[in-house]
Design a binder for this molecule. Structure first.
Ligand SMILES: Cc1ncc(C[n+]2csc(CCOP(=O)(O)OP(=O)(O)O)c2C)c(N)n1
Length: 647
């Protein structure tokens, strides 16, 4: 039985001698590489944190002590050491274990995460609660240097330094976010490299001084004192000490002995402590060390070569189409500036960043700042396109409302990963954007049915003189041809895809494709549907929808979004406000629950937002006697009969 197989709980590691730990680390790495090569996942970050994870489990008494991993994407070794080795093959798979830490999954997961930079605030809260409960156990928050680019991390540090609770923060510094880390803090932290160099110089100089006859020891003492203050000056200690943290480091985060010694020393501190460890992203797997950006979040690959198993797909993804058209439009429109919050690759802006260096800005993991920064750019005549995943844009609610919408600054929000994203699960699905944007005055919201419409909408957004959001899904497009000459769409106008007298399906974004499939299926059953590609969530094409509802009273709205406050709600509200009565309504969307992780197609079915769900709703509305087994579905029957014309 391998060492890893012998470990059933965190406590079992303590039974091993220190000498056995490197072998355990190697077994953990192999297991991670093996599973991620099949399932995909966050490989490089997890490989970089193996020794750190082992040392923490070796020294602390988990789960009595609380361990919080920031983002939680680097916690695969932690999962393997906490009773999840057997299930690890199901990592990120449907009904399998999550790719992040999750309190519901294990008592060893101190906090549920996925979005970055929460670990210090959450850890401090847990410290405070433990104090009130007279619980003396430790709280350890592990945060990466990339995650330290978010303001939230400093709000936590600031409060921690003031409350002086015994929080242990471990800064896992690999000099990388997903891409190269950015910002002043990053260059501040990388001074440690020169500090390391200086240290070795000092050691040599110290040995030389000591060797001097008679005066050598005295000189060495003076030089040593000077060295202490010098070291503080050149290492990041000063910054964290200003927050009232005791700073230790930087130390090599792959040296198990050092890690264990220092963690043992700082265990159970009297006041906040920050331990700075330096690690190598992708450590122990050559392809990942060489290309940590690619192996940050990777699909399945061949272990021996590191090459992707993905068959080349001729159909571009929505992200790629966005990226190529940004490049295209920026060539002639010099006001276009692209802004990303630490996701240049993920948002398709790599090419743009190379071609238009001055007009590309990566602000770090700082979505709030990205939005207000963009408002500033827009206020001076530039056309910022701020590309952020739907789920991360949630962070910037107030900045969109207060800093962009009040003065109607023409900021374009390119909202990628709108809808169900798949294996990253509930922390990452982009299911709330229509709702939170829809209530904001001055905001326009659109969503394309295919990649050609995405290109057209991007141009529409760039031409628009006000805040405008363009929301598109993860994954490849519909395979349609993209026109050579891109024409903008008309704001607030939907498009009739097909006419039919029996019912009306009004769909938005990627749901239009599902609706097309459903309409075909319904036609086979003799039900002819009018199908509308709404294009806009705001403003709705009221004229078109009212005109159609004059004749067609059975209506289905479809969106890959939560039902609450979403597209269907907007349509219903509009009909109610217009006093249109006698409608039979079904809204297809996500019910009031979080969507778990798994393949997009399966989740769409499970949560009732696929073509089948539309067909069922259509048959029901058409009065078919269905033996409906709606478990896991959310077909909502809704009649607006009660609404009076003059209400
Ligand atoms: C609010 C938010 N924005 C963006 C992301 C996407 N994201 C996941 S990990 C990561 C980089 C984190 O860098 P770091 O903390 O240094 O960890 P590393 O992967 O380098 O170990 C980013 C940008 C996120 N999880 N949360």
């Amino acid at each position: 039985m391998s060492l890893l197989e012998q470990i059933k709980t965190s406590g079992d590691i303590k039974k091993l001698s220190r000498k056995e730990l490197p072998l355990l680390a190697a077994q953990i790495r192999n297991r991670i590489i093996d599973v991620v090569s099949k399932n995909g996942g966050h490989l490089a970050s997890s490989l970089g944190a193996v020794e750190l994870t082992l040392a923490i489990h070796y020294v602390f008494d988990l789960p009595k002590d609380t361990l919080i991993w920031d983002v939680g994407h680097q916690a695969y070794a932690h999962k393997l050491l906490t009773g999840r080795n057997q299930q690890f093959d199901t990592l990120r798979q449907y009904k399998g274990i999550s790719g992040f830490t999750k309190m519901k999954e294990s008592d060893y997961d101190g906090f549920t995460v996925g979005h970055s930079s929460t670990s210090i605030s959450a850890g401090l809260g847990i410290c405070y609660a433990k104090d009130l409960n007279q619980d003396d156990s430790d709280v350890i928050s592990v945060i990466g240097d990339g995650s330290m680019t978010a303001g939230l991390a400093y709000e936590g540090l600031n409060q921690a330094g003031d409350l002086k609770r015994k929080l242990i923060v471990i800064l896992n510094d690999n000099d990388m976010s997903i891409s190269a880390n950015v910002g002043a803090l990053s260059s501040y932290l990388s001074r440690t490299l020169s500090a390391k160099y200086l240290q070795s110089m000092r050691n040599q100089f110290g040995a030389f001084l000591k060797s001097l006859p008679k005066i050598g020891e005295d000189m060495y003492g003076i030089a040593k004192r000077w060295e202490e203050s010098f070291k503080t000056f050149v290492t990041p200690g000063m910054l964290f000490e200003a927050f009232n943290f005791d700073y230790f480091g930087p130390i090599d985060g792959h040296n198990l002995d050092h890690l264990i010694d220092i963690l043992t020393n700082i265990k159970n501190p009297d006041s906040p402590v920050l331990l700075h460890v330096t690690t190598t992203k992708g450590k122990g797997y050559a392809p990942a060390e060489k290309n940590p950006v690619y192996f940050h979040g990777v699909g399945s690959f061949a272990v021996d070569t590191g090459k992707s198993n993905k068959v080349t797909d001729c159909v571009p993804s929505y992200t790629q189409v966005f990226g190529t058209h940004m490049v295209r439009f920026a060539k002639t429109n010099k006001t276009i500036v692209a802004v990303t919050a630490a996701m240049p690759e993920g948002t398709g802006l790599t090419e743009f960043s190379k071609l238009y260096k001055d007009r590309f800005i990566d602000v770090g993991i700082a979505e709030q700042h990205a939005v207000t920064f963009s408002a500033g750019l827009a206020s001076k005549g530039l056309k910022p396109v701020v590309a952020i995943y739907s789920t991360f844009l949630q962070r910037a609610y107030d900045q969109i409302l207060h800093d962009v919408c009040i003065d109607a600054h023409p900021v374009v929000f390119a909202i990628d990963r709108g809808g169900i994203v798949g294996e990253d699960g509930p922390t990452h699905h982009g299911l709330f954007d229509f709702s939170f944007l829809r209530s904001m005055p001055n905001m326009t919201i659109m969503s394309p049915m295919d990649e050609n419409e995405l290109a057209r909408m991007l141009l529409t957004a760039i031409n628009h003189n006000g805040p405008i959001a363009l929301r598109y899904p993860r994954g490849k497009g519909q395979g349609v041809e993209i026109q050579q000459e891109i024409k903008p769409v008309e704001i607030g106008k939907g498009r009739v895809v097909q006419e039919g007298a029996d019912l009306m399906i009004i769909a938005i974004g990627q749901s239009v494709a599902e609706a097309v499939l459903a309409a075909k299926e319904l036609a086979l059953k003799g039900i002819c549907a009018t199908l509308i590609n709404a294009r806009f969530v705001k403003p709705l094409d009221t004229a078109l929808l009212v005109e159609k509802a004059d004749r067609i009273k059975k209506i289905i709205t479809v969106e890959e979004h939560v039902l609450a406050g979403g597209f269907g709600s907007a349509v219903m509200e509009m009909y109610a406000d217009k006093g249109i009565t006698g409608l039979q309504f079904k809204r297809i969307g996500i019910d009031d629950k979080f969507v778990e992780h798994g393949p997009q197609e399966i989740l769409k079915k499970d949560y009732g937002v696929d073509a089948d769900a539309i067909v069922k709703a259509g048959l029901e509305l058409a009065g078919f006697d269905l033996d409906l087994n709606l478990t896991g579905s959310n077909l909502l029957g809704f009649k607006t009969d009660g609404i009076k014309k003059d209400a």
